[in-house]
Design a protein around this ligand. Structure first.
Ligand SMILES: [Zn+2]
Length: 472
């Protein structure tokens, strides 16, 4: 049943500028009156957002469960379902992400503006994903959100609450159930609830007749996820190319079958995984050492089967975790067996226990000084390193093949030019120099492997501006 919502809600909506009549008209019901409301499909709001994300299992120190990540986002939401966002985040080790996402009713595309993680490949998704993304973004602008809700129904709040607030239940722009609490006196939405998130709206301002909360807090249950400070504008006119992708990007390349690629005698990198992450492993006469366990137990189970097929009869003796961030260790339970040793840096056991439980943690040995692993006719050295990305960092060195295995210290994309290193690249460089390691290949968990020359080029290209500071 379509039912009423308050006249104050209408006031909120009526403050939106009236643009060409009946262009995208929608009918609002209020008691017995029916109000035709028109917002042009081309109506857009831009949100300039600064915030903090409380990220779980990505801390610089394994003692901490949560890491505060600085965020910036410039968002354009157009009434016709088009959107564009440039979002930036700064992670421990001054690792900076900057992605541009643009979408419409037909689909969504994302590119990496810094071209290091995703290189020059365009990540596309279909109309359903685009609709969900647009629907999610609308929760950042409650006035526009209300414009896109259907099947609204008012439900009575208990007792005295009902005098002050009204709850409306609706389906969001992707058809998913959601609800909103509106303050009766002001007509302003105070909060909204979806299946996964609670949005709390505060400190409303009016820009060109458009109401926008300047503060938005996003929670998952009681858990604080995000805090945003927002400045809204209603542009009179958007450039025709606003939603275009920038030049210089290519369609995503085919990654090929799931396979173990030999990169040196007895040494393999897993390619073609669903997540795009690379596990690597060294095979000796009697044992195997595995480098990292991304990104889920399901994926690691497939990797384990591939290793057992590639190195039959060998014992899976060691799982070396480059650091205990969630995406690098989530597959570890798939390698559990009686005398497997899970190696982490200092305090890594804490982070493993917190994320994967006591049983997995009971197999952890922390490495606090260089340690050799004997795989039979093949020796691998593990170096602990108090990195600014993760203080429990381990770097693995295969002296016979002159290969460094590392996670998150040096990145090359699968497709694209060599990007500059972040601070953590300098840390890897000093470790290599300190131990006078002869290096031919650097193998990462993300992206393609590199040569020493590639690494040196990335060091030279290092951004001189401190990441994240130049645009403040
Ligand atoms: Zn990490």
């Amino acid at each position: 049943m379509l039912t009423s919502h308050t006249s104050r809600l209408l006031i909120l909506l009526q403050r939106l500028p009236l643009l060409p009549p009946f262009a995208g008209a929608c009918i609002l019901f209020s008691g017995s009156s029916v109000v035709a409301h028109t917002i042009s499909p081309a109506f857009a709001v831009t949100l300039d957002m600064q915030g903090i994300r409380y990220a779980s299992h990505q801390a610089a120190n394994p003692q901490n469960a949560v890491q505060e990540i600085k965020l910036k986002q410039q968002l354009i939401l157009q009434n016709d379902g088009q959107f564009r966002s440039v979002s930036e985040s700064l992670w421990p080790g001054n690792i900076r992400f900057q992605f541009l996402t643009t979408g419409n009713k037909a689909g969504v595309a994302e590119v990496d503006l810094l071209q290091w993680r995703q290189g020059i490949e365009i990540d596309r998704d279909n109309a359903t994903a685009a609709r969900k993304e647009y629907a999610d973004l609308l929760f950042l602008s409650p006035a526009l959100l209300l414009e896109h809700t259907n099947m609204r129904m008012s439900s009575k709040l208990p007792g005295a609450e009902n005098k002050k607030y009204e709850q409306i239940n609706f389906n969001d722009a992707a058809g998913r159930p959601a609800s909103m609490i509106i303050e009766r006196s002001s007509g302003q939405p105070l909060s909204a609830k979806t299946a996964s998130s609670i949005y709390e709206y505060a400190d409303y301002s009016t820009a060109q007749n458009f109401k926008q909360p300047r503060q938005i807090t996003v929670k998952n249950g009681d858990k604080l996820i995000l805090q945003w400070s927002i400045t809204a504008q209603v542009p009179e006119h958007l450039d025709a190319h606003t939603f275009d992708l920038p030049a210089g990007y290519v369609e995503k390349q085919v990654k090929g079958a799931f396979r173990a690629t030999m990169i040196a005698p007895g040494t393999y990198r897993v390619d073609g995984s669903e997540s795009g992450y690379h596990t690597s492993f060294s095979v000796g006469i009697h044992s195997v050492a595995i480098y990292d366990a991304p990104i889920s137990t399901a994926e690691a189970a497939k990797v384990r089967a591939l290793i057992e097929q590639t190195a039959p009869g060998r014992k899976l003796a060691y799982v070396v975790l480059s650091h205990t961030h969630r995406d690098h260790i989530a597959g570890t339970p798939s390698y559990m067996q009686e005398d497997v040793q899970i190696l982490t840096g200092k305090d890594g056991k804490l982070a493993v226990e917190r994320q994967l439980g006591q049983e997995v943690a009971s197999k952890v040995q922390e490495v606090s000084a260089p340690r050799d692993l004997d795989l039979g006719g093949c020796s691998i050295r593990i170096y602990p390193m108090a990195s600014s990305h993760a203080s429990d960092m381990l770097v693995t060195y295969d002296a016979a093949n002159q290969i460094v295995f590392q996670g998150d210290l040096f990145y090359l994309p699968e497709v694209g030019p060599i990007p500059p290193v972040f601070d953590v690249g300098l840390e890897l460089d000093s470790l290599i120099k300190q131990h006078q390691l002869q290096v031919q290949q650097l193998v990462g968990v993300h992206g393609r492997s590199g040569t020493l020359t590639d690494f040196q080029k990335a060091l030279e290209l290092r951004m001189t501006a401190k990441p994240g500071e130049e645009k403040n």
